[in-house]
Design a protein around this ligand. Structure first.
Ligand SMILES: NC(=O)c1ccc[n+]([C@@H]2O[C@H](COP(=O)([O-])OP(=O)(O)OC[C@H]3O[C@@H](n4cnc5c(N)ncnc54)[C@H](OP(=O)(O)O)[C@@H]3O)[C@@H](O)[C@H]2O)c1
Length: 215
């Protein structure tokens, strides 16, 4: 399976390197492929290409660009993504990171799904930060990475990618629940940066009365 990571920034960089280390063949999409190739020169199975070529080559695309630029980029690549799984890890944050810029009854993931009717969109990885990403263990357990979607194949791919990165995949149901996964990321940011909780934490679902599942 060939993975395209769209965007060579902090989060895309971490996710692509981790998956390449696990053996995935990764192609980055970039506005400036030549300028960004050196970042990945330690990885024989990573190449950097234009967004168009990355979308053409891949089986699965991970959207790792700022939300403000995601929809125009994806709409320009719509034909190249038909039939493919698209993993959305964006958070639709306001410029000052104080609120979500999508309507309450929608989400970045749903807007992407609406724009890419022929693709299989799944939300994943938006609740873990780039800085924490390389070290999945929190208090001795892998952190949970929440994902949601409406397409079973896309959800299966997301689960595999999450587990390959060393995290516990937590299925959060329908794609419309991306509204709440994006809100959870906003809460994480508020706690980390405005409520002085620091950034060394993640959210976890624990089950009452079923200690085995809490392990
Ligand atoms: N950073 C985190 O901890 C984190 C965690 C979870 C989710 N996210 C989400 O991941 C996405 C990327 O965040 P990031 O922190 O990785 O951002 P970033 O470091 O700024 O990187 C974003 C990348 O997007 C690409 N891009 C494409 N069009 C662009 C444009 N017009 N202007 C600017 N960049 C453009 C750029 O790659 P090229 O120059 O190669 O085109 C850039 O390196 C965001 O949606 C964010 O909400 C981030």
């Amino acid at each position: 399976m060939k993975l395209a990571i769209l965007g060579t920034g902090k989060m895309g960089g971490m996710v692509g390197k981790r998956l390449a280390s696990a053996g995935y063949d990764v192609v980055y999409g970039s506005r400036e492929p030549q300028l960004n190739t050196d970042k990945f020169s330690d990885y024989g199975n990573i190449s950097v290409s234009s967004y168009r070529d990355a979308c053409r080559q891949c089986d699965v695309a991970v959207v790792a660009v700022p939300w403000a630029h995601a929809l125009p980029l994806l709409m320009s690549q719509k034909e190249n993504l038909v039939g493919k799984v698209v993993v959305d890890l964006t958070n639709p944050l306001s410029p000052d990171i104080s609120y979500l810029v999508v309507p309450a009854m929608s989400s970045a993931a749903e807007l992407i799904a609406g724009a890419l009717e022929g693709s299989k969109v799944v939300k994943a990885f938006n609740g873990i930060t780039a800085d924490n990403f390389p070290t999945p263990d929190f208090s001795g357990k892998p952190a949970q990475v929440f994902f949601c979607g409406d397409d079973p194949e896309a959800k299966g791919v997301a689960k595999d990618l999450i587990e390959t990165c060393g995290y516990q995949a937590e299925d959060c149901g329908a794609l419309s629940n991306a509204r709440y996964l994006e809100a959870m990321a906003m809460l994480w940011l508020q706690l980390a940066f405005w409520e002085d909780k620091g950034s060394d934490f993640s959210f976890r679902i624990v089950q009452k009365g079923m200690p085995a599942l809490q392990a």
